[in-house]
Design a protein around this ligand. Structure first.
Ligand SMILES: Nc1ncnc2c1ncn2[C@@H]1O[C@H](COP(=O)(O)OP(=O)(O)OP(=O)(O)O)[C@@H](O)[C@H]1O
Length: 655
């Protein structure tokens, strides 16, 4: 631009001879000077940025943002134009007030505007070129120009005034806007604080809402459960209602039935009373019949003899196949005879003598074929007597190995068929006692099991006996006939099984002793006693009896056993006690004033069971072996003697 500034002046100097003051000659660019004024105006007005600025002003006024200072907001070119008093036609003042609202970042002025300088007098005259000599014309032109410039200056001054007013307005608006801004800031802060509080509250509310949602969910679950339960309950209620309905119907029917039955019951009650009266009479008759049965039963027993002897010959064992038993015969006519026969040679041995026969008759003879059940059948009435209040004593006598233990207890591998007299008697006692409860009888039982070896007593129910324990036979009291053994174990039993348990214990204890002391069991008496106490409270009757079941020691003779030392003493003791048993029975039979019970422990212990007030049964067990002929003969002779005895009439022990 500066390059072009001096060019018009040079041109003026070159064409004009009139002095032209350099001060009034404005510097103009050649391009600007040559540009028509209207075109310059068009450039300014048509500047799109200016249009944009003007258009944007009203829109900017609407915002609440603080307004920028007017001067700062005006484009530089705009101000520069004014400062240079450029002969540009400005927009009317009416548009100016909107200038303050121009945005802080106005659009850059057009480059053409920057390059445009104010029009010079020379450029104004270019259209009408005066001749160099036409100084007057030139002067007129200059005057026109001056007046034109004056008018412009006036316009600009007016515009300036207007702009100042606008500026003041804008400043006041700015102050207002500042105050408003402060107020708005304060409000904003308040609102921010409120917003913060609200946000906190919102967070709290959200948390609460989350918790509530959880609660709602659980409540919903519970609700669904409850709903389900309610549905079930309703179903149950429906079915119950139906049930109640049907039950009510049934109840009504039952009520009707009940009233009918009440009438029936009344008539039945009357009948019962008459039957009860009848029953009392029948009870009385029944009791009398029971007592009569006992009396008759006793008479039968007495007729059979209060001491009876059964003979039993055992069969040959498998190990005894080589032996024969031709010497024992059982006559066919009855079951009460047994015959022993033996052919004896003469002294010279040349001639054979006739066979000797020894006939024996007993209450019952059992051949080797007889089974345990058959034998027990014959003694069961006697066992029944024990429950009726009679002392009953059953013992087995015979030589060792003749079958005493088998008869009384059974074999080692005992079963229901081979069970001996003791377990069978116990079973019958308990079964009969049970049956008699219907007739008002109640029984209690006490059991003991002992053994007498070499005249000393040992408790078979005690596995490990204490040393130096004395077993003495004594009266229960000085006035009582009842006996008891000191330190002996008396076991209260209430069932057959309990007694069987005791029998097993005794068997074990006996077999232990047998091992320790060379077949001691054969040389000892084993005594099982069951004390039976009965009471009939309605009749005020009591009974007391003892059922004694005894397996005696082997009765072999001293000369045959060739015993020495301890064995001799054992044999002597056995023989003494067995012969004392015979003596007692004989004395009882002879009704002697003195009965030698005290001669042996066995007879002393059994005195009540052997005496007049008891029923005695002796098994004489016989071996089938012919080598035992003489022992068998002795046993049968002893049994015969016993069988001949008649012991006085037994009395039931009733109180
Ligand atoms: N009636 C019988 N039927 C079958 N076997 C029997 C019979 N009697 C006894 N026996 C058997 O004979 C053997 C001897 O019998 P048991 O032991 O009973 O004699 P015991 O007289 O008791 O002898 P001990 O005096 O030594 O005790 C045993 O094996 C036994 O099982």
């Amino acid at each position: 631009m500066n390059v072009n500034e001096n060019k018009p002046l040079a041109a003026v100097k070159a064409v004009s001879r009139l002095p032209v003051p350099s001060t009034v000659r404005p510097k103009r660019s050649r391009s600007s000077e040559n540009m028509p004024l209207i075109e310059k105006k068009r450039i300014r007005i048509s500047s799109p940025e200016q249009h944009a600025v003007r258009r944007s002003v009203p829109a900017s006024i609407a915002t609440t943002r603080p307004k920028p200072p007017v001067v700062a907001a005006l484009p530089r070119t705009y101000l520069a134009g004014r400062a240079s008093l450029a002969p540009v036609r400005h927009n009317p003042p009416a548009h100016v007030p909107s200038a303050p609202a121009v945005s802080r970042r106005p659009a850059p002025p057009p480059t053409s505007a920057l390059k445009t300088g104010p029009p010079t007098a020379a450029t104004a005259c270019t259209s009408k070129k005066r001749a160099p000599w036409d100084l007057k014309g030139q002067m007129d032109d200059m005057r026109d120009k001056v007046s034109t410039y004056k008018g412009k200056v006036q316009d600009l001054a007016g515009e300036n005034v207007h702009l100042r007013q606008t500026l003041e307005q804008m400043q006041s608006q700015l102050a207002l806007a500042g105050a408003e801004s402060k107020e708005l800031n304060a409000k904003c802060r308040t609102l921010e604080a409120e917003l913060q509080t609200t946000q906190q509250k919102l967070e709290q509310v959200l948390q609460d809402a989350a918790a509530l949602r959880t609660t709602v969910r659980s409540q919903e679950e519970q609700l669904s459960i409850h709903t389900h339960t309610i549905a079930e309950l309703q179903e149950a209620k429906c079915s119950l209602t139906e049930l109640v309905g049907s039950t009510e119907v049934k109840l009504k029917l039952a009520d009707d039935e009940l009233s009918i039955k009440r009438v029936l019951a009344q008539s039945l009650q009357t009948e019962v009373v008459s039957l009860q009266e009848e029953g009392v009479g029948k009870d009385e008759r029944l009791h009398n019949l029971e007592m009569e049965r006992r009396r008759l039963h006793n008479i039968i027993q007495e007729l059979k003899g209060n001491i009876r002897v059964f003979c039993r010959v055992r069969p040959l064992l498998k190990s005894e196949d080589s032996f024969c038993m031709d010497h024992i015969h059982f006559p066919q006519q009855d079951n009460k005879s047994v015959v022993l026969s033996k052919t004896e040679e003469s002294h010279t041995g040349r001639e054979r003598k006739e066979a000797h026969k020894y006939d024996f008759t007993f209450d019952r003879v059992f051949s080797p074929e007889s089974c345990q059940d058959e034998v027990f059948h014959e003694i069961s009435l006697l066992v029944q007597s024990a429950l009726d209040g009679y002392h009953v004593c059953i013992f087995a006598y015979g030589q060792t190995g003749s079958g005493k233990t088998y008869t009384m207890e059974g074999p080692d591998d005992v079963d229901s068929e081979t069970m001996g007299m003791i377990p069978r008697a116990v079973r019958q006692v308990f079964e009969s006692a049970e049956e008699l409860t219907a007739k008002g009888w109640h029984y209690t039982f006490t059991a003991n099991f002992l053994e007498i070896y070499n005249e000393t007593i040992r408790d078979l129910l005690v596995s490990k006996p204490e040393k130096n324990v004395e077993y003495e036979i004594k009266r229960v009291s000085p006035t009582s006939d009842e006996l008891h053994v000191t330190n002996l174990r008396y076991v209260s039993v209430s069932s057959e099984q309990e007694v069987h348990k005791l029998l097993r214990t005794a068997k074990t204890n006996r077999s232990v002793a047998k091992t320790i002391l060379n077949d001691r069991s054969s040389r000892s008496h084993s005594v099982f006693q069951l004390k039976i106490e009965g009471r009939n409270e309605t009749r005020d009757v009591k009974t007391l009896s003892t059922l004694s079941l005894i397996d005696l020691a082997g009765s072999e003779r001293l000369d045959k056993s060739l015993s020495k030392g301890d064995r001799l003493r054992e044999t002597q003791a056995i023989n003494t006690s067995l012969s004392n048993l015979g003596l007692v029975i004989t004395s009882l039979s002879n009704k002697d004033s003195h009965i030698p019970y005290r001669n042996s422990k066995l007879t002393y212990l059994l005195q009540n069971s052997l005496g007049g007030n008891s029923k005695v049964l002796m098994f004489v067990n016989v071996s089938p072996l012919d080598e035992n002929f003489s022992e068998s003969l002795n046993s049968l002779r002893f049994a015969s003697k016993v069988n001949e005895c008649v012991i006085g009439t037994a009395q039931a022990n009733r109180r």
